[in-house]
Design a protein around this ligand. Structure first.
Ligand code: BES
Ligand code: MN
Ligand code: ZN
Length: 533
């Protein structure tokens, strides 16, 4: 995408659509006078017609409301689009991402768009959100805070605002037509976005927008990996995808096959892989920051299909289980952004990729596995496979002497029950890390809600014959119980776990999230890592 800061008069700005923001209960004629005095006085009659149309459609400037009008050549832009900004005092970047996505989705053919961001300067100060030198104040909340505050942290500065629009525009334009006869996927648009009314330099604007562009591009790429059916997106294919991202950038990527995984002693991961004909892969991606002091590991669950194994899922529960590799897709997408935007922190991207199938060699419920760190696990439920593959991936991360571990997984149905599809569950052993991720999620427009890791939950994971069993009994606190299981493999390293089973899949488009696999987590991880050192 291309980005420009403009100061041409509104009526003379060429675009497929000129978008004008309207605060709640503002008068359209007054706004047009603010945006372009000459135009408003020269074309008073037209302005009146526009005001009437707004009244007719009950357009009041309520947040997210859209009013689109043809311009019949009266101004240089082909369409005039008003978008409701809600209350001026509550304006934030998170909302801009949403309306930009909705506009982009609705006006699929629009390639050149001009945003007249009225008054954005009145609510913010200059700082660049996702670009290289960042404003740390959102990412590192000071003092006492609770999850509710962090999850609502608003971004109001102009850079965050512009970046959010760039992100939203690209995210809302996502399509996946590969398997639709006669539809051309390559027709995806390369937009030009013009911005007016921002109090930042063009350089700052372009840097912020390019961060947003890179993040949205990688998110859409991750979405395509998830959208691919399991008969295409096998562990082997997923590994090829990781390789191809690495090849285009200066990431390294190695793919371990079954034999090498056996050598490492990943008995827990291999146990899950046993039931599938498709061979499993362990994928290691690495970004070495030139001046890094720290390495963060991001670990993704890469179950390319989760049938449940012999603890077979019912058909309704299995329908969308191609998205059980969302964590892996998020890791690949995030690594792509990191390679492009080069933060000052090194990142190790790990993926344990396999199918979970009930093949002839599948795990029997009751089997005991020996994990890479030596702990034995009684598999009382073969459908709790995510934690089995993640256990060994986390152990691998510990062995690489990373400073911090963040795993991301569609881990439990219980988190969908608890939080629905609008927020992911987050747990962890390091409250600062958890707080930072929640705050970054808020700025990125991805809600994270903390769930507890109480010691008591460990009781449910006690096995009569092994060190642990993989599924707590009784289906109580399922997400926390899974979190407690994972914690057993972190060896005391600062660690956070994102359970994205809920927001990872949507049945209908919702703002910047498309229906189907959303690749939830790419933005949060990118905002976090781009601000880390
Ligand atoms: N991949 C599923 C979790 C899941 C369920 C994701 C629904 C998205 C929607 C995971 O492997 C699983 O099956 N978890 C079990 C755990 C249980 C057996 C302890 C679950 O949540 O039912
Ligand atoms: Mn499962
Ligand atoms: Zn699963």
């Amino acid at each position: 995408m291309k980005f420009k800061l403009i100061n041409s008069p509104f009526a003379e700005t060429t675009a497929d659509a000129a978008v004008v923001g309207v605060f709640l209960d503002e008068r359209i004629d007054e706004i047009l006078a603010t945006v372009d005095v000459e135009f408003a006085s020269a074309k008073a009659e037209l302005v009146q017609h526009i005001s009437d149309a707004a009244k007719e459609d009950k357009f009041t400037g309520k947040l997210g409301q859209i009013l689109a009008l043809p311009t019949y050549g009266q101004i240089a832009a082909k369409r005039l689009v008003f978008v409701g900004l809600g209350k001026a005092s509550e304006m934030k970047a998170q909302d801009a991402r949403k309306y930009a996505a909705n506009l982009s989705r609705r006006f699929k053919s629009v390639e050149k768009v001009a945003f007249f961001l009225r008054n954005a300067n009145a609510v913010g100060t200059e700082s660049s959100a996702g670009s290289k030198k960042k404003d740390k104040k959102h990412a590192t909340p000071e003092g006492e805070s609770n999850g509710a505050d962090l999850a609502e942290t608003p971004s109001t500065d102009s850079s965050s605002y512009a970046q959010a629009i760039a992100e939203g525009w690209k995210l809302g334009g996502y399509t996946f037509n590969k398997y639709k006869s006669g539809k051309d996927e390559s027709s995806s648009k390369e937009a030009t976005i013009k911005f007016a009314g921002l109090d930042i330099s063009e350089k700052t604007l372009v840097a912020a927008c390019q961060s947003g562009d890179a993040i949205a591009e990688a998110t859409n790429h991750a979405r395509r990996l998830i959208a691919e059916p399991a008969n295409y997106m096998t562990p082997t294919k997923l590994a090829e995808e990781a390789k191809s991202v690495a090849k285009k950038t200066d990431l390294t990527c190695k793919v371990l096959d079954v034999e090498q995984i056996e050598k490492l002693g990943m008995g827990s991961f291999l146990g899950v892989a046993r039931g599938a004909k498709e061979p499993c892969k362990f994928i290691v991606m690495k970004y070495d920051a030139p001046k890094s002091k720290r390495t963060v590991a991001i670990v993704g669950k890469g179950i390319t299909f989760d049938s449940g194994g012999l603890s077979l899922k019912p058909p309704v529960g299995m329908e969308h289980m191609k998205y059980d590799m969302t964590g892996a897709a998020v890791v690949i997408g995030t690594m792509q952004v990191i390679a492009e935007l080069q933060p000052d922190v090194s990142v190790l991207g790990l993926i344990a990729a396999t199918e979970n199938m009930p093949g002839h060699d599948a795990l029997h419920p009751g089997d005991v596995l020996k994990s890479m760190n030596g702990k034995t696990i009684e598999v009382n439920n073969t459908d709790a496979e995510g934690r089995l593959v993640l256990a060994d991936a986390i152990t691998y991360a510990v062995g690489e002497k990373v400073d911090e571990i963040i795993d991301i997984a569609t881990l439990t149905g219980a988190v969908v029950t608890a939080l629905g599809r609008c927020a992911a569950g987050i747990m962890g052993s390091d409250q600062t890390l958890v707080d930072n991720l929640i705050a970054c999620g808020a700025r990125a427009g991805e809600k994270l809600w903390q769930l507890p890791l109480f010691e008591e939950y460990k009781d449910g994971l006690k096995s009569d014959i092994a060190d642990l069993k993989n599924a707590g009994s009784g289906g109580q606190a399922g997400s926390s119980s899974a979190g407690m299981f994972l914690q057993e493999f972190t060896e005391g390293k600062p660690w956070a776990h994102l359970d994205i089973a809920g927001p990872g899949w949507l049945d209908r488009d919702r703002d910047e999230c498309n229906k189907g696999g959303t690749a939830f987590g790419v933005r949060t991880l990118c905002y976090y890592l781009l601000n880390a050192e």
